[in-house]
Structures are given as structure tokens and as C-alpha cells.
Design a protein around this ligand. Structure first.
Ligand SMILES: Nc1ncnc2c1ncn2[C@@H]1O[C@H](COP(=O)(O)OP(=O)(O)O)[C@@H](O)[C@H]1O
Ligand SMILES: [Mg+2]
Length: 255
């Protein structure tokens, strides 16, 4: 069984059905890409996986590691090992990066029945994670996402990945807002951190990121469903031909 298994998912926002019977399997330790035109429901899917309270799941199921999490609280999902990098991360002026990271790390430890880290222990772990994520040490004293550039926000996500070591990272990228340096940062991080212990679902409209990260599997979303699946070659096909042919196939009832 796949690590993340989504079956016949129907999700509505304010009585409008956005996901309309979506099936998706994400394998353990693999890099999956989810592509699709704007408005096809990619971010809605990411939010549904994380349990966003504004969404109503009217049908279907989401299981992670064999456990049904369709109705689980967002916290429980993150304790279970799913990490979500938001498209628009919030800034929290007044809260330093180090303080924020220590709080989330200790919350996870507490949920596992472990004792909280002392400041000194945390500092050692944070230093290690910052080295791994290639981040200067003075980053930790800055306020969370406050005045961060696009690239710095992405570094912040990588730092969280390096510290929290989730089993699956869901990265919803608005590539349009990312400059090439930020994209490269994300790509380097994904390539460095993914492996047998960390899989990823990379959500993207454009192909640029997928030139730097080679997905094991590509899923194409259209109008609230997955309508096409394949290997990395799908990325090239979408780049060459756009999404028009997908629309035609769907309208012809082929998928
Ligand atoms: N909070 C919301 N309220 C109403 N409609 C929404 C909301 N969020 C998303 N939608 C609608 O859901 C559809 C899918 O949006 P989204 O999941 O953001 O797509 P994508 O990430 O693929 O661009 C769009 O038609 C969008 O207008
Ligand atoms: Mg989106």
C-alpha cells in the first residue's frame, strides 16, 4: 500500500465542489510531482491533506501510513509525519526563527512522549540543521518570515525539513512568485533531503522546478481530478504541448 493513499476524494469550499472524485497514491520515499493548470484544485488538495478547517470533505478517504486521517486534526497529521510548506507562509514579527523552531520541535517531542529539548540541546541540533540547509547562523535570530525574501522563505522551509525530518513533505510552490535563486534553493533542498526516509509531493504549475528535481512519478490534475499519470517524461510533454491536450482528452471523455 502507498504511504499516502487518497481515494475518491470530494471536497467543497462554501458549497462549491472543488475536488471531484480524486484518486492519488504517493509511495514511501519517492518524489511525486502534481501538476495542473491554475484553478485545477492543487492547493485545495494540499490543504485537504493537511486538514484545513475551511474545507468540507463530502466523500472519499485519505490514509497515511495505513491510518485513516480523513477527519484527523491538522496537528495529528503533522505528528504522523506529514509536513506542508505553504504557498504563502505567514510572517510572525516578534517571534524569532529559533524560538519558533524550538516550539514546533518540542511540540512534536511532547506528542511522542519525549522530554522537551533544553535550549543548549536545541541550539546544537539547530546548528546542524542550518549547516545541512546551507543557512547562515544569524538567520535564527531574525523574526519569522518578517521581511524575508522569496528565497529566504524557502530556506526557512528547508530548515524545518532538516529539523523535523518528516516522512512526507508537501511543497505547494507558486513558481510564478519565485525567482531563479529561490527555485534553486528549493531544488537543492529537495534533492538533498528526499530519500528512503523522506518522500515528497511537489505541487507546481510550471516545469522549471522539475528541471532541477527529477520526479519518480508525475500526476496531472484537471478540474478537481487526477486525469493523467506517468513518469518524468510527462513533464517534457506538458512543457512542449501545454495543458490544452489534457483538456481535450477530458472533454472527449477519454479519462
Ligand atoms: N477559499 C475559497 N473559496 C472559494 N473558492 C475557492 C477557495 N479556494 C479555492 N477556491 C476555488 O477552487 C478552485 C481551485 O483552486 P486552487 O485549489 O487554489 O487551484 P490551484 O492551486 O490548482 O491553482 C478555483 O476555482 C478557486 O477559485
Ligand atoms: Mg495553488
Amino acid at each position: 500500500m502507498a504511504e499516502l493513499e487518497i481515494k475518491n476524494l470530494h471536497v467543497s469550499v462554501e458549497d462549491k465542489e472543488i475536488l471531484r472524485g480524486l484518486d492519488l497514491s504517493v509511495e514511501k520515499g519517492r518524489v511525486h510531482a502534481l501538476m495542473g493548470p491554475n484553478g485545477s484544485g492543487k492547493s485545495t488538495l494540499a490543504n485537504a491533506i493537511m486538514g484545513h478547517p475551511a474545507l468540507e470533505i463530502t466523500e472519499g478517504s485519505i490514509t497515511f501510513d495505513g491510518e485513516d486521517i480523513t477527519e484527523a486534526a491538522p496537528d495529528d497529521r503533522s505528528q504522523a509525519g506529514i509536513f506542508m510548506a505553504f504557498q504563502y507562509p505567514v510572517a510572525i514579527p516578534g517571534v524569532a526563527v529559533s524560538k519558533y523552531l524550538r516550539t514546533i520541535l518540542n511540540a512534536q517531542r511532547e506528542a511522542r512522549g519525549e522530554t522537551p529539548l533544553k535550549i543548549r540541546e536545541f541550539a546544537a541540533l539547530a546548528r546542524e540543521a542550518m549547516d545541512l540547509a546551507n543557512i547562515p547562523q544569524d538567520f535564527s535570530s531574525r523574526y519569522l518570515n518578517d521581511g524575508f525574501s522569496g528565497g529566504e522563505k524557502k530556506r526557512m522551509e528547508l530548515l524545518q525539513l532538516a529539523l523535523l525530518k518528516p516522512q512526507m513533505a508537501i511543497l505547494d510552490e507558486t513558481d510564478s512568485g519565485l525567482d531563479i535563486d529561490a527555485l534553486r534553493t528549493v531544488a537543492e533542498g529537495i534533492n538533498k533531503f528526499t530519500g528512503p526516509d523522506m518522500g515528497a509531493l511537489i505541487i507546481t504549475h510550471y516545469q522549471r522546478l522539475l528541471h532541477m528535481v527529477k520526479p519518480d512519478m508525475v500526476h496531472v490534475m484537471f478540474d478537481g481530478r487526477i486525469v493523467k499519470e506517468g513518469g518524468a517524461e510527462l513533464v517534457d510533454q506538458l512543457e512542449a504541448e501545454g495543458y490544452g491536450w489534457i483538456k481535450e482528452e477530458v472533454e472527449a471523455g477519454a479519462v
